[in-house]
Write a protein that binds this ligand. Structure first.
Ligand SMILES: [Zn+2]
Ligand SMILES: [Zn+2]
Length: 359
């Protein structure tokens, strides 16, 4: 049976912290943008009430509520953590990253290091909000690509800021190499680290002289960097049941990060098969007598297979490719797809790894 794919955005804010729109408006924007799932993540406050299914424009959007937690007494306020599925207010633990991660796990929650690399933008008085406590363990994954961090990195001069405020897509190209490298290092060292991508949408109005403009409306951002989840069966429409299944897929890394603004990535697949079984992105699989990797791309792209963070194969394709891994060979395999958008090469899809273990 084919997999069910959910286009999701997993990082956004409402007026309960520093965003502009409430949950119902956000759900409408998500429906308009063609998303199936959003997780609202206000800063240091868990607002569970509005979590439910919303229907708009002939589309059902599952809206879950998580939280983005950080220590507000820290200067600068680094170490932002996205927490999903922990039905408890954990913000009081923010000063101790490891204690916070352990408490979230204890509460059944998933944890993702938010915008792990986040350069400062002095022009708009934005500090560096990177993750710095890399000694921690016991987290689910990291936010490989955060749209607003990428945008922040373009605000290097007034000219660059003005150019990109009106045409952000000119500057959004790939996740930060620092985050990709960190992710590969962690997985190559034997850790399971799930990558996600998100908007970090706030809907903020920027004022410059007489100019007022919402540069990044929620709906715009929901068409840019998303996370696509893969489920074995369609959702049921029952909130509690579907919430559990979505969180389970995220926990397992059954998902990929996509820059849908460059080209819609629905349909991208990466899987592995052996004589004994099959795996999709995020899974482990044992390789005793050889293994085949399958990659399917819904648009023409330049594809790269990486093993332990190093490219082992590169090819051009717009359909399926099949690659063979020799018997007994282990490694952390993931796929990247790149394509041209508005005349520039872009990172398009970053799959979670398939963890191939020797027999
Ligand atoms: Zn943040
Ligand atoms: Zn945020």
């Amino acid at each position: 049976m084919p997999l069910t794919e959910l286009a999701a955005n997993l990082h956004m804010h409402t007026p309960y912290s520093d965003g502009e729109w409430y949950h119902a408006q956000i759900a409408e924007a998500a429906a308009n943008a063609g998303l199936d799932l959003v997780i609202v993540t206000d800063h240091n406050v868990l607002v569970s009430g509005p979590a439910r299914y919303y229907a708009h424009a002939g589309r059902q959007v599952l809206l879950l509520v998580g939280e983005e937690i950080h220590d507000q007494t820290r200067r600068p306020q680094k170490n932002h953590l996205l927490v999903y599925g922990a039905e408890a207010e954990l913000a009081p633990q923010a000063a101790q990253p490891q204690a916070l991660l352990d408490a979230a796990a204890e509460a059944g929650g998933l944890t993702f290091l938010a915008h792990p690399h986040d350069p400062p933008a002095p022009l708009v008085r934005e500090a560096d909000l990177s993750w710095v406590s890399w000694e921690v363990a016991n987290f689910t994954g990291l936010e490989l690509w955060n749209y607003m961090s990428s945008f922040k990195s373009l605000l290097t001069s007034r000219a660059s800021a003005l150019r990109h405020v009106f045409n952000p897509e000119l500057g959004i190209t790939t996740p930060f190499p620092e985050v990709l490298t960190r992710w590969d290092e962690l997985t190559t060292a034997g850790r399971r680290i799930v990558a996600i991508g998100g908007a970090d949408a706030h809907g903020t109005e920027y004022r410059q002289g007489g100019l007022r403009r919402v540069v990044f409306p929620y709906e715009f951002l929901f068409r840019q960097i998303n996370t696509h989840l893969l489920l074995e069966r369609p959702l049921s429409g029952d909130y509690d049941h579907d919430r559990r299944r979505v969180l389970d897929a995220l926990a397992r890394g059954h998902c990929f990060v996509a820059y849908d603004g460059a080209a819609p990535a629905r349909g991208f697949r990466f899987s592995a098969t052996t004589e004994r079984g099959a795996a999709i992105m995020g899974d482990d699989i044992v390789n005793r007598s050889g293994l085949t990797l399958q990659v399917g791309a819904p648009a023409e792209a330049s594809l790269r297979l990486l093993r332990n963070g190093k490219e082992v194969q590169r090819w051009e394709a717009h359909s399926h490719a099949s690659l063979t891994v020799p018997a007994g060979e282990a490694g952390v395999y993931r796929v990247e797809a790149h394509l041209a958008f508005k005349g520039r090469p872009r990172g398009w899809v970053y799959t979670n790894p398939i963890y191939v273990r020797a027999g």
